[in-house]
Ligand binder design. Structure first.
Ligand SMILES: CSC[C@H]1O[C@@H](n2cnc3c(O)ncnc32)[C@H](O)[C@@H]1O
Ligand SMILES: [Zn+2]
Length: 431
């Protein structure tokens, strides 16, 4: 088993008294086995010794909601509200997407994500075999799910459910355990109740979690009340969704009572501040959710509603917007925002062994080049990560003990080829 020593680095630690330590980290196979100030064994005992001078090591970022292939729609349909954006812009274009489009759109997003420090991402889309194969090739982690929109004839509903089931079954535990799967009714407004119940039944049969969009806009909430006489939380509860472990994307419009129901069921919320701001959906009640003990993580959503996949930006937005809205500077402190982007993100997708630099955890970590003006003074690196850093600062990325980015270059995917193929797909789509 390969044994690597990284020395002279600064490491973000989970020790509350000391948020970073100057020292070294040891990786054996796919695991972190040591982190501390001293070198635990003589240097000759290691297969690889890395000088971490001027590097800040931190856990890889976990993006808990997105649609990677939507990079093909970046900059298309800007400045619209969700429902019009979906119905008039996204869905008509997505109807033209082939498996090849999803492959190259996804690979472009994977490149953007891993070069920017994201080591795990959640993806809800169509043509998911292409996404899974791309994750496998890239070396990163993926929590993948075929998103199901049920506004279609019953034979099409049946076919989509079958495809989602086969995908979830075939890929759960795939890519050496780096891929896990979920079942996904797209949203309460796109899946009739009986269809939601059938999807929940499959999640029970396969022992898998559910991932869905919910309570993203006030229009959605009102529409649910008008159509079903219930707000989305009560509606999904009634149709059994929360009987499975559940990850909700957005959860912007929630009452106090709904927050306590979500807590009771241990439902997790993927907060997507960039997308919520861009689509004018509102600002999620993150401080209240956190105070109630709900697990809140961060997602970018797709590149068409963000318009990048930079998780540093989401951490910064999460730390800033809730201060602005509440008038409370402690609404989301920097340390909480970092946890949301790392450990809470991992826990939100039921990965308990990633998201922290600690012995016994998986070696999913990134290094930032801190020999740059915006990392001075060398005082509080946790603060610098949340308030000052960005995706471009990432130089090295390791997932499951394997380097997938070194010196800013992706080692697993062919960047030039991906850009070429992506542009060909795009030209064909608009041609
Ligand atoms: C069926 S695959 C996923 C589906 O979701 C759409 N989508 C992208 N962003 C959002 C969002 O913020 N709310 C709801 N739905 C969204 C995407 O266009 C795909 O059709
Ligand atoms: Zn989404």
């Amino acid at each position: 088993m390969k044994k690597t020593l990284i020395m002279n680095g600064i490491f973000i630690s989970n020790n509350e008294a000391k948020t970073s330590i100057k020292g070294c980290m040891v990786i054996e196979g796919s695991q972190i086995t040591y982190i501390g100030e001293e070198i635990p064994e003589p240097r000759e005992n290691y297969d690889e010794v890395i000088d971490g001078t001027n590097k800040l090591y931190m856990p890889g970022l976990v993006n808990t909601h997105g649609h990677a292939a939507m990079s093909l729609l970046r900059g298309y349909g800007d400045d619209l509200a969700l429902q019009i954006w979906l119905e008039e812009k996204m869905w008509p274009m997505e109807a033209k997407f082939s498996a090849r489009d999803v492959k190259w759109g996804t690979q472009l997003s994977i490149l953007e994500m891993i070069k920017g420090g994201t080591t795990t991402f959640v993806d809800m889309y169509d043509h998911m075999n292409e996404v899974a194969k791309s994750v496998e090739e890239s070396g990163m982690r993926g929590v993948l799910t075929r998103g199901i929109i049920g506004l279609c004839p019953s034979d099409v509903q049946d076919a989509k459910l079958k495809e989602a089931t086969e995908f979830a079954k075939n890929w759960h535990g795939g890519a050496n355990g780096r891929i896990t799967t979920m079942m996904s009714p797209h949203a309460p407004y796109t899946c009739p109740p009986d269809y939601i119940e059938r999807i929940v039944q499959v999640a029970h049969d396969l022992n898998l979690p559910i991932h869905t969009h919910m309570s993203e806009t006030s229009r959605e909430v009102q529409g649910n009340v008008d159509q079903y006489g219930l707000r989305p939380v009560a509606h999904l509860e009634k149709h059994g969704v929360f009987s499975r472990p559940t990850l909700i994307a957005h959860g912007v419009h929630l009452t106090d009572e709904e927050i306590s129901i979500l807590k009771q069921y241990d439902v997790r919320i993927s907060h997507n501040p960039g997308s919520n701001l861009k689509l004018a959906s509102g600002v999620a009640r993150v401080p209240e959710l956190l105070r109630a003990g709900v697990k809140v993580s961060l997602g970018t959503d797709g590149a068409a509603s963000n318009n990048n996949l930079d998780m540093f930006e989401e951490m910064r937005l999460a730390a800033l917007i809730h201060k602005g809205v509440s008038g409370d500077p402690l609404a989301v402190p920097a340390a909480e925002a970092l946890l949301m982007g790392t450990k809470m993100g991992a826990e939100s997708v039921w990965l308990d062994n990633v998201g922290l630099l600690q012995a016994g955890m998986k070696a999913d970590f990134i290094a930032l080049d801190i020999d740059q003006p915006h990392f001075l003074p060398k005082t509080d690196f946790l603060s610098h990560i949340v308030y000052s850093a960005c995706a471009k600062d990432v130089v090295d990325v390791c997932v499951d003990g394997n380097w997938i980015v070194r010196k800013g270059e992706c080692l697993t995917l062919d960047e030039e080829k991906i850009k070429r193929e992506f542009e060909q797909c795009f030209d064909k789509l608009i041609g």
